[in-house]
Design a binder for this molecule. Structure first.
Ligand SMILES: [Zn+2]
Length: 148
């Protein structure tokens, strides 16, 4: 591992701290929106940390009909063209069903769990929360102003 920066430098550390060692990309988008964090920045971090072997990303597919787990894949090319759902028996067809049935899952690797351990609490998190509070109070001021 040749990672040069420490845990506190990554915004994603705060996400791991709040969302857990495994979470969906959709949850991350929601979390980023809630905290006023730029998703492009998080995407860059995810790529970097995946390259360093601290995060793993996989594609999770669920049956759009019954929600049963169809499979987990490391990349798009691994996904079969057609699968029959073992629960409801409906065929899952990649070209038609992929968009409505996949989620990107992020999970910390064994090394990642050590890297993201919350022993030194990120200062960045405090900074974000504080900025968010300011932003919120400003928004309330603006809204009040508009109602006058
Ligand atoms: Zn099914």
């Amino acid at each position: 591992m040749n990672i040069k920066r420490e845990r506190a430098h990554y915004l994603i550390s705060s996400a791991v701290n709040e969302l857990g060692q495994q979470f969906g990309y959709s949850n991350l988008i929601y979390w980023a929106r809630e905290n006023g964090i730029n998703m492009d920045k998080l995407d860059d971090e995810i790529k970097e940390l995946a390259r360093e072997g601290l995060l793993r990303i996989f594609i999770d597919i669920r049956c759009p009909n019954c929600g049963a787990h169809i499979g987990s894949f490391n990349c798009l090319s691994e996904i079969p063209k057609r699968v029959t759902c073992s629960d409801c028996g409906k065929p899952w067809i990649r070209d038609e069903d992929l968009e409505n049935s996949y989620e990107l899952i992020l999970t910390t690797t064994e090394e990642g769990r050590y890297f993201f351990r919350p022993t030194y609490y990120s200062r960045i998190l405090f900074k974000i929360k504080r900025e968010r509070r300011i932003e919120k109070s400003l928004r309330q001021i603006f809204e009040r102003k508009r109602q006058l």
